[in-house]
Ligand binder design. Structure first.
Ligand code: SF4
Length: 232
């Protein structure tokens, strides 16, 4: 668990983005854990979208609070959302989320659309437990709702098992140009790597340049992090 004092402030995150725009960054994605549990996230979106040179802001969420936030996030400059949803079966959803109500997700999708957050994409993690019927139902749901579906095979950081995202561009090392900034200020050139460079220790520009310089040709393993704290 990251100590609260270590977590970057909105001002620090905004400063990072301001420094990176001249270095070629124009697209930002907020991920988590779950970004909609961060108090004032809509203000952070507003601060980042006000930076000249930022042309696209996206967010990945479990959509449980999307119904509440979609409108204000769109007003503040969010352009589109990816929703983590592994089943459209209410009972299975409740099982996976330990009691969650899938109705929140469906209403969140509706609200995102009404707010003009497009496209709405579904990130569906396939595990050994995912049945063919579940996949079929997910496909039919996305077809009916005109949602883009991306299938993500379950990955494991410690053993270094990862796969290309079906229907997306994640997981293909040869064309990967993503650099992640963790909540506690580490630039990570790759999910499946031990490398990380802290902006408070090295300064924003140097930490970023070191992350770029050490971006691996191919992911290996990562024994330092969990997906919930590096935004898979
Ligand atoms: S380089 Fe790393 S982050 Fe990029 S696709 Fe490969 S494993 Fe994933």
């Amino acid at each position: 668990m990251i100590d609260h004092n270590e977590i970057l402030s909105f001002e620090e995150i905004t400063e990072v983005v301001k420094k990176l725009v001249p270095m070629g960054i124009s697209k930002i994605r907020f991920t988590g854990g779950e970004p909609l549990v961060r108090k004032g996230i809509e203000n952070l979106v507003g601060m980042v979208s006000a930076i000249p040179g930022i042309r696209d802001i996206a967010l990945t969420t479990n959509a449980i609070r999307l119904e509440e936030y979609a409108g204000i996030l769109a007003e503040k400059g969010l352009k589109r959302v990816n929703i983590s949803l592994d089943t459209v079966d209410p009972d299975r959803y409740s099982e996976i989320t330990r009691g969650g109500d899938i109705g929140h997700v469906f209403r969140g999708i509706e609200k995102a659309r009404t707010a003009g957050l497009e496209p709405v994409k579904i990130n569906c993690v396939r595990t050994a437990d995912t049945s063919e019927k579940e996949l079929k139902d997910m496909e039919l749901f996305c077809l009916k709702e005109n949602l883009e579906i991306r299938y993500i095979r379950q990955m494991d950081l410690a053993s270094g098992s990862f796969y290309g995202v079906e229907g997306g561009d994640g997981g293909y090392c040869g064309k990967c140009n993503r650099i992640r900034l963790t909540a506690n200020g580490n630039f990570k050139p790759c999910l499946f790597s031990e490398y990380e460079y802290n902006i408070r220790e090295l300064g924003i520009v140097q930490a970023y340049q070191m992350a770029l310089a050490n971006k691996p040709a191919r992911g290996q393993v990562n024994s330092r992090n969990e997906f919930y704290n590096i935004g898979g």
